[in-house]
Write a protein that binds this ligand. Structure first.
Ligand code: SF4
Ligand code: SF4
Length: 257
């Protein structure tokens, strides 16, 4: 039997999404039985230029070298999946897009001439066609299992875009916003974590990016009603997924107020 070939590539990132891949446990062993892993440096196999059926890409585009690599990876991959907040929306490192990168480099490094970086941290989809985006920081293992299973059965994956509040209520968690007046981003964030933060009594940080039809201005008004000032509201939206719309526009509007 000819097995589908897969690759897992890394760009600017913390490796957390690759670890989610490795944390699949027994499912990873089952997956290794059904596919041929051509490139996954963190797990062992290295063949970055291999032609594959499915390529998972972690991390954002942040250097000239990244730009050249992602073009080659796209050319070698039949189906390309951006994996996690960095690859899908620029990640936490996209916070630098709001500042003067060269000024920061000069302030931080004793010899800035050795730093090779683009001015912005950019999502993979800014440079090549992405067939599927998996959000999250990190993604969870179940997203990978579901996606690979769908593709092996030739079904188009359809990731969940529902709001986290729906999952939170399905689990009958006590709402931290209603019961304790704490800020929570669940009303505009897509589910994927299984309401992890509300389940331990804290508000959502929006790791999984904007939900479908997210009404960010309405949540910003609600946060204001809880006593947050504009700067604090802006920080809620301009965080892990700061470059993703509609978080970016709502955050910027509050930042400039
Ligand atoms: S999305 Fe989050 S966990 Fe994944 S690589 Fe980026 S920073 Fe790490
Ligand atoms: S705790 Fe957050 S996610 Fe849960 S219902 Fe309240 S606002 Fe929504």
């Amino acid at each position: 039997m000819i097995k589908p070939k897969i690759a897992v590539h890394k760009f600017s990132s913390c490796d957390g999404c690759q670890l989610a891949f490795l944390n699949m446990g027994e499912s990873l062993l089952a997956l290794a039985d059904r596919v041929e892993i051509m490139h996954f440096a963190e797990a062992g196999p290295v063949d970055e230029n291999a032609s594959v059926d499915i390529a998972f890409v972690e991390g954002s585009i942040a250097t000239q070298h990244d730009l050249e690599r992602i073009q080659k990876i796209r050319a070698n991959s039949a189906y390309l999946i951006s994996m996690g907040a960095c690859a899908t929306a620029g990640g936490i490192q996209a916070l630098r897009n709001m500042a003067d990168t060269q000024q920061w480099i000069a302030g931080v490094y004793a010899q800035p001439e050795y730093i090779d970086t683009l001015d912005n941290s950019e999502p993979i989809s800014d440079h090549v066609k992405v067939d599927l985006a998996l959000w999250g920081c990190p993604i969870n293992s179940q997203q990978i299992i579901t996606t690979v299973r769908d593709l092996l059965f030739r079904v188009t994956p359809k990731p969940e875009r529902d709001k986290l509040c729906l999952e939170c209520k399905r689990q009958q968690q006590v709402c931290v916003m209603v019961s304790r007046g704490e800020s929570c981003m669940g009303a505009v964030t897509q589910n994927g974590c299984g309401a992890l933060c509300p389940s331990v009594g804290r508000g959502c940080y929006a790791c999984f990016g904007p939900a479908e039809d997210a009404n960010c201005p309405a949540l910003a008004n609600r946060l204001e009603g809880l006593g947050l000032v504009d700067r604090e509201i802006a920080q809620k939206f301009l965080f892990i997924n700061s470059a993703a719309e509609p978080f970016q526009s709502t955050g910027n509007k509050r930042k400039q107020s």
